[in-house]
Write a protein that binds this ligand. Structure first.
Ligand SMILES: Cc1cc2nc3c(=O)[nH]c(=O)nc-3n(C[C@H](O)[C@H](O)[C@H](O)COP(=O)(O)OP(=O)(O)OC[C@H]3O[C@@H](n4cnc5c(N)ncnc54)[C@H](O)[C@@H]3O)c2cc1C
Length: 256
């Protein structure tokens, strides 16, 4: 049976059609979903298509950068030049990035042989806030709370962060070809006299490295995240490399 397609033409309509998200698949850029549907692994009954929803506005203000969930990685790269862009540039290739969205990246689950959701690391380091709707209505929360909570049943509407005034650092570990997924990502950002550290690519969800933020000891990252094994790297390899990457990223701030 063919899926029912819901095509909202405004953010409010998208939120209304989403409701509490029951029996609904959100379809943004489709770079993850389309292969799933084409292969028959996913057979959605109702699909909320975001391409005309107006959730793709991008405001790069002097103080705050605010993006609709359906902002593509390509338009983000064209309009901004900061920590987030440095990670977005490494996701897939130009063709994929013209469709892939920030919201889809945030809500991506792990793939068959690799982790996804690379942008979680820089967004955590930047102290991003996520506005979403679903059961219980609309709410805005720190990205690390959104990621560690129940993401099913939430429609991401927008993501925003204060433009960083301090130094930032980035370490990405991946194979050298366009379609490789990350083995590990570390993003660091000076904020309010301290440092925020985001990790992605080592497990199904990006996480904030609070222990390292407090101790400044890169080895403590293994109390913050639990690396997994996949087709790209073993958990043991990730455990060995991650403290090294954290040390290097902190070194870019001149503080380790
Ligand atoms: C060749 C190739 C290479 C890739 N390389 C990378 C990589 O290096 N790093 C990486 O992180 N990813 C990679 N990806 C995966 C993917 O392209 C990105 O993660 C992308 O940002 C996903 O966005 P999308 O809009 O295409 O998501 P979609 O496929 O539309 O959706 C992905 C998931 O997010 C949900 N979703 C989408 N938007 C929302 C929303 N607003 N609210 C709630 N749920 C939502 C969907 O329901 C679905 O579960 C790659 C993909 C391909 C095909």
């Amino acid at each position: 049976m063919a899926a029912e397609a819901l095509i909202p033409t405004s953010p409010d309509e998208a939120a209304g059609l989403f409701g509490d998200g029951t029996n609904l698949t959100v379809f943004a850029g489709g770079t993850i979903l389309l292969p799933e549907i084409a292969s028959g692994r996913l057979k959605p009954a109702r699909v909320l298509m975001l391409h005309r929803s107006g959730l793709d506005s991008l405001d790069t203000g002097a103080d705050v950068i605010r993006m609709g969930a359906a902002t593509t990685l390509a338009s983000l790269i064209d309009a901004t030049d900061d920590l987030l862009t440095r990670f977005a540039e490494y996701v897939a290739d130009g063709e994929v990035r013209r469709n892939a969205t920030v919201g889809g990246n945030l809500c991506a689950s792990a793939g068959l042989g690799s982790q996804r959701g690379d942008l979680g690391a820089p967004l955590i380091a930047l102290g991003a806030r996520v506005r979403s709707t679903g059961r219980g209505g609309e709410r805005t929360e720190p990205i690390e709370d959104f990621l560690s909570g129940e993401r099913d049943g939430r429609l991401v509407l927008s993501i925003e962060y204060d433009r960083p005034s301090g130094k930032t650092g980035a370490e990405m570990m991946r194979r050298r070809h366009a379609h490789s997924y990350a083995v590990a990502n570390v993003a660091v950002c000076e904020r309010n006299g301290g440092v925020r550290i985001g990790i992605s690519g080592v497990g199904p969800r990006a996480a904030r490295a609070r222990a390292v933020e407090e101790s400044r000891n890169p080895d403590d990252v293994l109390t913050d995240v639990e690396p997994v094994s996949d087709a790209l790297a073993s958990a043991e390899y990730r455990r060995k490399m991650l403290p090294l990457l954290v040390r290097r990223a902190l070194g870019q701030l001149g503080s380790a």
